[in-house]
Design a protein around this ligand. Structure first.
Ligand SMILES: Cc1cc2nc3c(=O)[nH]c(=O)nc-3n(C[C@H](O)[C@H](O)[C@H](O)COP(=O)(O)OP(=O)(O)OC[C@H]3O[C@@H](n4cnc5c(N)ncnc54)[C@H](O)[C@@H]3O)c2cc1C
Length: 352
């Protein structure tokens, strides 16, 4: 059983399966409706139903109030069709988006490596190549748990058959603990993607700053490898923060890239490296290292931030004090289901 969903102002009509959400159907058709938490909590995906009936599913009464339901609003991430429906949505027209449809893949684990004491590299051979933009993420489903979680693609899009994920273990975390302790080479996982709007705005053609913390290195790694493989000559700087030297992974690879490419600069920064060790690089947090490296003046750059919410907030604040605007800053917050009910947008940003 399926219904037809017409999405205005595009005027495009797509099939929606019984039980499928509006958001899932749109993304699989390559139509991007802005969204964030995907759990009916944040209201980023609110759209207007102009014709037909929907079931609001698990939409929270805070994110979608009773009077909004009466006005015909719904949350695309939870709403399921009960008839043919027409919606009016704010469709973003981003010149740098390839608008790739989301698809399901099967991934065979072909390699597992300890990158640091808390981060594992996992390489998955997909049943067919996945076309993605560097910076995007996948949802990885662990059949043994019946649970899926978001992980950014760490490999460059040029390698579309075998994709790499860098996964940090979250103490007490269901999926990351299973992946760290039980996953074996030869296991099959379900991979859905590519998701997300975190990709390089290549059309802007200005110098780039990447700021990453912990396993947030995944997206910048993919983006930088992609840009350098394409022969991009714009100046680009990676400021990467970890606690200590044994947590600093791909360090030798980024140093080698910086040797090879005059336009690439690598600034690793350690926040808890023991005093007196032979570390001669920057000490402190990512935002502090970036502020010192750029002498508190980031003008003329686009910045790409990836990592835990607290790191991202500190970086936004530093970048704005150093004269970047909201329109120059892009980010992927590694939030979890528990964070999803909290504020997803930086309080420093005015626009949705
Ligand atoms: C778009 C996106 C991309 C992501 N990419 C990556 C990636 O490339 N690599 C990576 O390692 N992680 C990434 N994450 C984070 C990853 O999805 C979470 O770490 C994961 O959901 C945790 O799952 P879990 O089942 O182990 O923990 P859960 O069982 O879901 O959570 C257990 C407890 O840990 C807390 N928790 C969950 N995640 C975190 C966290 N990251 N930091 C601190 N506390 C947490 C929860 O609030 C909860 O209290 C990404 C997240 C998003 C939204």
């Amino acid at each position: 059983m399926s219904y037809e969903l017409t999405i205005e102002p595009l005027g495009q009509t797509i099939e929606v399966e019984d039980g499928q959400t509006i958001l899932d159907a749109a993304l699989r058709a390559g139509i991007y409706i802005p969204h964030a938490c995907c759990h009916g909590l944040c209201a980023t995906c609110k759209v207007q139903v102009t014709d037909g009936e929907v079931d609001h599913g698990e939409a929270s009464t805070f994110a979608l109030m009773d009077f909004e339901r009466e006005e015909g609003k719904c949350l695309a991430c939870c709403a399921r069709l009960e008839s043919d429906v027409v919606i009016e949505a704010e469709i973003e027209d981003d010149p740098d988006s390839l608008n790739l449809p989301i698809e399901d893949f099967s991934g065979e684990v072909v390699r597992i490596e300890d990158l640091t004491p808390t981060i594992k590299g996992i390489w998955l051979k997909l049943d067919r190549p996945m076309t993605f933009q560097a910076g995007q993420y996948v949802n990885l489903e662990v059949p043994a748990l019946g649970q899926s979680r978001a992980f950014s693609l760490a490999s460059a899009p040029q390698e579309a058959n075998v994709v790499e994920l860098n996964i940090r273990i979250v103490p007490g975390g269901q999926v990351t603990t299973w992946l760290h302790e039980s996953l074996k080479v030869g296991d099959e996982l379900k991979v859905t993607g590519p998701y997300g709007r975190f990709f390089v705005k290549k059309s802007a053609n200005v110098p780039l700053i990447f700021m990453a913390g912990g396993s947030g290195l995944s997206s910048p790694k993919s983006m930088i490898e992609d840009l350098l493989a394409e022969g991009c000559e714009l100046p680009m700087t990676l400021v990467y923060g970890q606690r200590s030297r044994d947590e600093l992974y791909y360090d030798a690879d980024f140093r080698a890239l910086a040797e090879k490419h005059a336009n690439f600069t690598y600034v690793p920064a350690l926040s808890s490296e023991p005093e007196g060790s032979d570390w001669s690089g920057a000490r402190g947090f990512v935002h502090e290292a970036a502020k010192a490296h750029f002498d508190n003046d980031f003008r003329g750059h686009k910045a790409y931030l990836c990592g835990p919410p607290a790191m991202i907030e500190a970086c936004i604040s530093t970048l704005m004090q150093g004269r970047l605007f909201e329109r120059d800053i892009y980010m992927e917050k590694f939030f979890s289901a528990a964070d999803a009910s909290q504020q997803l947008k930086s309080p420093l940003f005015k626009n949705i």
